[in-house]
Ligand binder design. Structure first.
Ligand code: SF4
Length: 390
């Protein structure tokens, strides 16, 4: 059983035979993708406060130095993104600031918000108002917290990272695999299209990698909510000197992910951190959120490749590149929204269990008869004015 699983009542059993099968996978065993996708986003680091201190992380700031964006700053950023043709407002922070962050709590209180999640909801409303679809990564959440935030998000996410109990998460304040798995389960119970992933090179073994991928698969089989799994390598940075995993390692992990996961779940690598072109043949079919207007605040030393470079990656792999929304096509609603207005989206893979995946604020935004609604529907169709000139 995984660390913390009992505490959170996470009931997952990983079959040893499945682990062994996955450990035998080589890079040649995975199918190359038929196409590559990406989402055009703006990155919004709502706060740099985080209750944890993971040793590989440069994102969090200590109390007294952590920042909190005002809603005016959020509005300015998302407006710039919408003007640049983005579809996604990527709200990221670590995990709810604990009591050490007195200034953050004082500021939230002064602005009239109970806590950071209450404030995130207001920021999502600003993004929707300005014509972007929120995708929030606010760390570990309960089912009730997902229920509050789901109506304002096209999709949400949290990195599982690993099911192993690694020293990288050690210390007085630590997240546990059981807590992360509980979050992914809660997202499934509420019905949130979800992004998760593994972090490679933080002290986990090959068996841990296999078990992590199989745990994600097991939760997806239960709820059908996982839209993509990120396979991210750790990178050396100013706070740590973790060794970057070799290309051979990443090729094998990507192939394991592709073999472990059902076809409808995308395998993604971040092109600013990985040799994406070399990994595509091992089963990568998505390059994640790529921003034409904001930095990657989680990995600020590693610049996002220009959109043009994504075309080069796709060309090198010999596959077409298509822009997608932050929510994958199979979760889009039927009825009087995106599909009926403009036809079935191109590139839709698989079907999602029949349930309400997107709520009214999001479906209204998608089907709105305005410049933003049209932009979303064009992207969902795989064509329109945003296609990259070749
Ligand atoms: S990796 Fe995430 S949870 Fe860990 S310290 Fe950084 S922001 Fe916080």
């Amino acid at each position: 059983m995984f660390a913390g699983a009992d505490e959170y009542g996470v009931d997952l059993t990983i079959d040893d035979a499945d682990v062994e099968r996955l450990l035998a996978v080589t890079p040649d065993d995975a199918d190359a993708p038929a196409a590559l996708s990406f989402s055009r986003n703006v990155f919004i680091p709502l706060t740099t406060a985080c209750r944890y201190t993971c040793t590989y992380c440069t994102y969090y700031d200590v109390p007294g130095e952590a920042t909190l964006m005002s809603l005016d700053e959020v509005r300015e950023t998302v407006r710039t993104g919408a003007d640049a043709g983005c579809t996604e407002a990527l709200f990221t922070f670590g995990d709810a600031p604990d009591e050490r962050y007195t200034e953050i709590h004082r500021q939230l209180d002064e602005w009239g918000y109970d806590d950071i999640l209450d404030y995130l909801a207001a920021a999502c409303e600003v993004a929707l108002d300005e014509g972007l679809l929120p995708h929030s990564n606010p760390g570990d959440l309960t089912r009730e917290e997902f229920a509050d935030l789901a109506p304002l998000n096209a999709s949400m996410g949290v990195m599982l990272e690993t099911t192993a109990d690694v020293a990288a998460h050690s210390g007085n304040r630590r997240k546990t695999p059981g807590q992360r798995l509980n979050t992914i389960r809660a997202a499934g119970e509420v019905g949130v299209p979800f992004t998760t992933g593994i972090l490679v090179g933080i002290g986990e073994t090959w068996r841990d990698r296999a078990e992590s991928l199989l745990a994600i698969r097991a939760l997806h089989e239960r709820y059908g909510h996982v839209q993509e799994v990120i396979v991210q390598n750790v990178v050396p940075n100013e706070r740590s000197d973790y060794e970057r995993p070799s290309l051979d390692t990443m090729r094998r992990v990507v192939a394991m992910a592709r073999v472990a996961l059902p076809e409808e779940v995308s395998v993604q690598v971040p092109p600013n951190l990985s040799a994406a072109a070399d990994l595509v043949p091992c089963g990568v079919d998505d390059l994640g959120g790529v921003s034409p207007v904001t930095d990657d605040y989680v990995n600020p030393d590693y610049e996002w490749p220009a959109l043009r470079e994504l075309v080069d990656i796709a060309d090198e792999a010999g596959v077409p590149l298509r822009e997608r929304l932050p929510v994958y096509e199979r979760f889009l609603p039927d009825g009087d929204s995106v599909r009926d207005r403009d036809g079935t989206p191109d590139g839709a893979r698989g079907t999602a269990p029949d349930r309400e995946w997107l709520r009214e604020p999001i479906t209204d935004r998608l089907s709105a008869d305005d410049v933003h609604g049209r932009r979303f529907r064009n992207v969902a169709r795989g064509d329109g004015p945003l296609s990259i000139p070749r």
